[in-house]
Design a protein. Structure first.
Length: 171
């Protein structure tokens, strides 16, 4: 075993103080392990005794037991991939559209031979042309309604519902 130590007597003494314990450890590597003490026994796990209920203190409401909390939880889980339930009002409105009470005709124009009407519906407003259908990208026209006709001379807009009903709007 070669040990490189610093020069001088002090370095040699320091190297020897490190080398001797290392040499003792290296010689113990091949020794018989029967002299080792047997492994310690594992400690046994003891279940704690159930706690006695705490005495009731005036003014405090006792908390429910863990079993009562778990029993109150719903069993199973809601499917996160299922389609969301449709509100009852949306399905009724889609089945039979009613006359749009909040629709207001604000103007009509004839530009390049194409008639357009300007309407306000809810908090939206914008232009509509013949054949355009409400909902989707045209938020200022109620869903289930389309523009049937625009009469620029009379200042009139005619909407038609999906069920065929027609509702005129006048400036």
């Amino acid at each position: 075993m070669n040990l490189v130590c610093g020069p001088g007597v002090r370095g040699s003494v320091f190297c020897l103080s490190l080398a001797l314990p290392l040499a003792g450890l290296l010689t113990a590597c091949g020794s018989n392990t029967s002299q080792l003490s047997p492994p310690l026994p594992r400690p046994r796990l003891v279940k704690p005794a159930p706690l006695a209920p705490a005495p009731l203190v005036a003014g405090f409401t006792p908390l429910p037991s863990p079993e009562a909390v778990l029993a109150a939880l719903p069993k199973g889980r809601v499917d996160p991939f299922a389609a969301p339930p449709a509100p009852a009002t949306a399905t009724a409105a889609a089945a039979k559209p009613s006359a749009p009470p909040a629709l207001r005709l604000t103007g009509v124009v004839l530009s390049n031979g194409m008639a357009q009407a300007f309407v306000d519906y809810g908090n939206q407003s914008g232009p509509v042309a013949v054949g355009e259908k409400g909902g989707g990208s045209i938020a200022w026209l109620p869903e289930g309604w389309r523009v049937a006709a625009i009469d620029v001379q009379q200042g009139q807009l005619l909407l038609q519902a999906d069920d065929g009903r027609r509702v005129p709007y006048q400036l």
